[in-house]
Design a protein around this ligand. Sequence first.
Ligand SMILES: C[S@@+](CC[C@H](N)C(=O)[O-])C[C@H]1O[C@@H](n2cnc3c(N)ncnc32)[C@H](O)[C@@H]1O
Length: 246
Amino acid sequence: MADYDPRLVQLYDSDNPDGADSDFFRSLADDLDARKVVDLGCGTGLLTVTFSTAGRDVVGIDPSPAMLGAARARRGAENVSWVLGDSRDIGDAQADLVVMSGNVAQHITGKAWHQALRDIRNGLLPGGTLAFERRNPLARAWEQWTRENTYGTRNTAIGELVEWYEVTSVDRRGDVSFTSHNLLTASGGEKPEAITEHLTLSFLGREEVSADLEASGFHLTGIWSGWHREPMEAESPLMVFEARRQ
Ligand SMILES: C[S@@+](CC[C@H](N)C(=O)[O-])C[C@H]1O[C@@H](n2cnc3c(N)ncnc32)[C@H](O)[C@@H]1O
């Protein structure tokens, strides 16, 4: 996709504040006593900078210049190595932990997903951990992403925003494409400016993701339905995966 609009990136952190998901990834890093953490698809770096502790290297990788620009500008950014790129840039990181938070794994579609798993495996130390979440396709979240369900107006740091989602296609592989419509009310009563973003998210089921992990050299150590390691049920909306490099 084209890059995110920097004005909408400004709203990202307040729309997606630090919460139980970040606590999960931070605790995992601490429990593993991780000396090196790679945050793939780090976005604005809200979580990334919080991995930083004495004696730990932290790397944040993201392909979006707008997202990474926000990450580089945040407090604590100097404690992180930022990389504009994708999984191929993990290289031989020798990391103890790679995380993909905020459903990043769903942004990596088609063959790139398999490539990413190989790249992550190669960037982890033997026994190193990969953790990420995905939405469960059996919960069919995209069916709620209609104009009717998502239409709203709110006052934001960048002005009054009218926004809604619209799904444009759902293919047999589980790729869901949708449009994020944003109308930004201009100051001075001029016509609102439209900011339209097109995104595709891959919805893969529990079995498929588990098989992909095993085929890429991981041993699956857990799948949970929530950030406190709640057990999975067939249609749990969230799937949290943890796997070890074999
Ligand atoms: C919803 S944001 C999540 C950001 C951050 N991890 C968080 O928890 O807030 C999704 C991020 O995935 C990134 N992304 C998209 N395609 C990617 C890819 N192929 N590899 C890595 N990151 C990707 C986007 O640029 C975006 O920053």
